[in-house]
Design a protein around this ligand. Structure first.
Ligand code: ADP
Length: 445
């Protein structure tokens, strides 16, 4: 999951979002990030492991074969294009599949392979000779539940006998009906209704309980309490699995309420850096001249893709309309779009159908589009007091990893205040930001 409060939204070990608006974007950013991501995020940090008995052995696996999975399941894993376990999977999978089962709390940033890991565990724990729900997975939202279900369905493509049921809005059951699916993936409210109010399944027969996106769960009103109520009903012997992108005090308390005697594994988010980024600023007189600067840069941008950040959605749509009127092909990621529309905007951009994506800060949380070479700050990121928001600046333009692609950042500056903000950014990062004359945009390369 992506968002944390304020600028750190997409960041790793930050705080959970506070306001409900933030909460909404936490769930949504997490969702969009899953959709837009093309593969694993690599991370060269070491995994940190905590457990009650440090002398008990810990295993890590370097291949999926080493897990002794059902052949059909292994085939499904390979069909998804997974060759070897990701860093977090190397450590998590042996714990997830251990006999007797072990409880696990795992934290790592979105995109590191947590979902794939617990989905594999869910599938391999199913006893297909028993026609009732044995595995219960709680997701914060409808969309995230479906996303997880989709991974499960693909991984189980050669195991047609494993059945999955979604307990989400829109799914209705007749009174007195009983579920015969093996796995339930759902949101807390619906699962409470189905398991406790209507008894569509016997919650006492659940042997694997997964809580996904715990930090997003916390950010949504009522979800944490509902999850705890469900948890109270599952048998003590049930394997408890808890996943989160961030791990602050609040998430830790939540984890403790759900998971007893866990192995805790954490993979710190890799810091973003400005190492491979060339930073420039362009002197502009007004919004109009900012537009002129963008138009001049546009010619150069065609070598790759660009994201343009605006401070408000008004500016973002003004800019998009102006560029479209001038015959440019741009994508606008705006707050008015439905989730489906946003996904389609991002899909098109990822496929290169548009070269430029215009967006505001809130919407871009947690979205990193690898192939973007140029980031334009149409407006510099500022906090409520109007000071430089350096964390957001880093998120927008920074890259992780030694092999992070080189990039270009262009900051449009107009007037004294934005000059002051630029200076704060320069001082904060201790890096030069060179002036660029856009009349002579060749300088960029
Ligand atoms: P998280 O749950 O931590 O956000 P996911 O499990 O969704 O991470 O994995 C992120 C992306 O990486 C997905 O596109 C997934 O298909 C892919 N992926 C997961 N595990 C592997 C693996 N072992 N090898 C290659 N790709 C993987």
């Amino acid at each position: 999951a992506a968002a944390a409060a304020a600028p750190a939204a997409a960041a790793g070990d930050g705080a959970a979002p506070a306001s409900s608006e933030d909460a909404y974007s936490a769930a949504e950013a997490s969702m969009l990030q899953k959709v837009i991501r093309t593969g694993l995020i690599t991370n060269k940090n070491d995994i940190e492991v905590q457990r009650a008995d440090p002398s008990s052995p810990l295993y890590s696996v370097k291949s999926f074969e080493a897990l002794n999975l059902r052949p059909e399941l292994l085939k499904g894993v390979y069909a998804m294009g997974f060759n070897a376990p990701s860093k977090i999977q190397e450590m998590a999978l042996p714990i997830l599949l251990a006999d007797p089962p072990q409880n696990l709390i795992a934290q790592s940033q979105s995109g590191t392979g947590k979902t794939a890991a617990f989905v594999l565990a869910m599938l391999s724990r199913v006893d297909i000779t028993k026609n009732y729900p044995q595995v219960l997975c709680l997701s914060p939202t409808y969309e995230l539940a479906l996303q997880t279900g989709d991974v499960a369905q693909r991984m189980a493509q050669y195991c047609p006998d494993i059945r999955i049921k979604y307990a989400v809005r829109g799914e209705e059951m007749a009174r007195g009906a009983k579920l015969d699916e093996h796995i339930i993936i759902g949101t807390p409210g619906k699962v409470l209704d189905w398991g406790i109010k209507f008894r569509f399944f016997d919650i006492k027969k659940i042997s694997v309980f997964v809580l996904d996106e715990a930090d997003v769960m916390i950010s949504l009103q009522g979800h944490q309490d509902q999850s705890i109520r469900i948890h109270k009903m599952v048998p003590k012997s049930c394997q408890m699995l808890f996943f989160s992108a961030t791990y602050n005090g609040e998430v830790m308390n939540f984890a403790e309420a759900i998971v007893s005697n866990p192995v805790i594994i954490k993979l710190k988010r890799e810091e973003e850096s400005l190492d491979n980024i060339k930073q420039y600023y362009v002197e502009c007189m007004s919004e109009e001249s900012k537009y002129q600067a963008i138009s001049n840069i546009y010619g150069v941008i065609t070598i790759g893709q660009a994201i343009i950040f605006c401070h408000t959605k008004r500016t973002a749509s003004w800019l998009a309309n102006k560029m479209i009127a001038d015959g440019h092909s741009v994508a606008l990621l705006s707050g008015e779009l439905t989730v489906e529309q946003r996904i389609s905007v991002l899909d098109r951009f990822r496929d290169g159908k548009e070269k430029i994506l215009i967006t505001t800060n809130v919407l871009s949380r947690g979205i990193d589009v690898e192939q973007v070479t140029i980031v334009v700050n149409f407006d510099l990121p500022v906090d409520q007091t109007g000071s430089a928001d350096c964390e957001t600046y880093l998120h927008r333009i920074g890259r992780t990893g030694r092999f992070g692609k080189a990039g270009i950042a262009i900051n449009l500056v107009d007037g004294r205040r934005s000059h002051a903000v630029l200076k704060q950014i320069i001082d904060h990062f201790g890096r030069k930001i060179n002036r660029l004359d856009v009349e002579d945009a060749d300088e960029i390369e």
